[in-house]
Each structure stands twice: as structure tokens, then as C-alpha cells.
Design a binder for this molecule. Structure first.
Ligand code: CA
Length: 222
């Protein structure tokens, strides 16, 4: 799961990024609203943590622009303001949740989990598809009585497939979500990791498989 942090206070942005990393989330940071909007448009994020008070374009304007452009990535607004009118304005503009600063790490993580669950397929500690289940904490992929431990990138890629079964995931999208924006990773990296996962699915004897959609990308199918 990849999260975009839009926050101009460098210390807070860094702290958020570290908290997310420690809890198994990938993240990128934008330090102002304009960059935040640009990043969000790329479409690689599962969630956006959006500060309201930002230099230049403020958070509410970023949110309104996203929703106007039919970008429905879930947004949690972060703000020092706790005026009821701001909360209402944020929710009306299409935010999914609202977190007044200062907030505790536990509360932030709980809200992220709550939004992740709305997708329906995603559980707190594991994700499943057909006969497969992936455990977040141990990075173990199981099928029936067999279990294999995945490497970090394999785990992240498998999680991406399990969260989006039957959907063709373009290679560019996979690179963005797994390796991030600032990366030298290319299609070869994606192909290598897909082949690792295919070997593991085979070793597990799973009914699920990763299908190549020629010229487009990959999809997880039963
Ligand atoms: Ca701010």
C-alpha cells in the first residue's frame, strides 16, 4: 500500500514517513499543494494524507481539484484547525476522514486501516484471494497447509495483486507503486519479480496465477 503525504512541515512529514515505513506502508512526500496534486494525478497512491494549511495551493483546493478530476483516492485531512466549519468544508469537498493535529500514531494508523478496509478485500493483518492468503506481519504467503516466506519486494508486489484481483496492472503502475517515483527500476525489474512470484505460486500449488496481458501488464486470476 502506497501513501502520499502532502505536508509542508518537514519534521512532521519525515516523522509520518517513518511511522508509515515502520508499519509496512510505502510513502512519498510532497511539501506543497501544487506538487501534491501533481503526485496524486499519477494514480499510484492508495491513500493521501493531506494537510490543509499549505503554502500556495491549500489542502482543500487540492482535494476539490482531485475530486473534480474524478480522482477518488481516499483522503485523510490533517490539520491544526479543529473548527467545525473546516471539518464540514473538508468532508463536503470529498475527504474521507479528518485528523486534527496533534494526533497519536495509534489513531493515525487506526484511521488508515479503517479506510483500507472499505475496499472490502483488504483485512488488517492479511489479504486473501482464492486459496491464497498473505500475512502482513510475517510476509508469508500460504495456500492450504503450505507456506512460503516472501522477500520484501515480492511481498509488496503480491499484496498489490491481492488487493486488485482480475485487474490488469500496467507495468508503469507497478513500478510507481512498488519502487516509487524516483527510481531506476524498469520493466525488467517487474518481469523478474513477477517470475519469482509465479514460481512461488506454483510451489504452493495455488489455483491462482499471474496472467500476462501482452503489451499492457499483469493480472491475478483464478
Ligand atoms: Ca501546514
Amino acid at each position: 500500500m502506497r501513501i502520499l503525504i502532502v505536508e509542508d512541515e518537514a519534521a512532521l512529514a519525515e516523522a509520518l514517513s517513518e511511522i508509515l515505513r515502520q508499519n509496512g506502508y510505502l510513502s512519498d512526500t510532497a511539501a506543497n499543494g501544487t506538487d501534491g496534486l501533481e503526485f496524486a494525478r499519477i494514480g499510484i497512491y492508495d491513500l493521501i494524507l493531506l494537510d490543509i494549511m499549505l503554502p500556495g495551493m491549500d489542502g482543500l483546493s487540492v482535494l476539490k481539484a482531485l475530486r473534480r478530476e474524478k480522482i477518488h483516492t481516499p483522503v485523510i485531512l490533517l490539520t491544526a484547525r479543529s473548527e467545525v466549519s473546516d471539518i464540514i468544508a473538508g468532508l463536503d469537498a470529498g475527504s474521507d476522514d479528518y485528523l486534527p493535529k496533534p494526533f497519536s500514531t495509534a489513531e493515525l494508523l487506526a484511521r488508515i486501516r479503517a479506510i483500507s478496509r472499505r475496499g472490502g478485500r483488504y483485512l488488517e493483518d492479511s489479504c486473501c484471494f482464492e486459496d491464497l492468503s498473505l500475512q502482513k506481519g510475517s510476509m508469508e504467503l500460504s495456500c492450504g497447509s503450505r507456506t512460503i516466506r516472501l522477500g520484501l519486494k515480492e511481498f509488496q508486489l503480491m499484496e498489490l495483486f491481492l488487493r486488485n484481483p482480475h485487474q490488469v496492472l500496467p507495468k508503469d503502475l507497478i513500478i510507481g507503486k512498488i519502487w516509487g517515483l524516483d527510481t531506476a527500476a524498469d520493466y525488467n525489474n517487474v518481469e523478474v519479480y513477477v517470475s519469482f512470484l509465479r514460481q512461488k505460486l506454483q510451489a504452493l500449488g495455488s489455483r491462482a496465477s499471474i496472467r500476462t496481458n501482452r503489451g499492457v501488464g499483469y493480472s491475478l486470476e483464478a
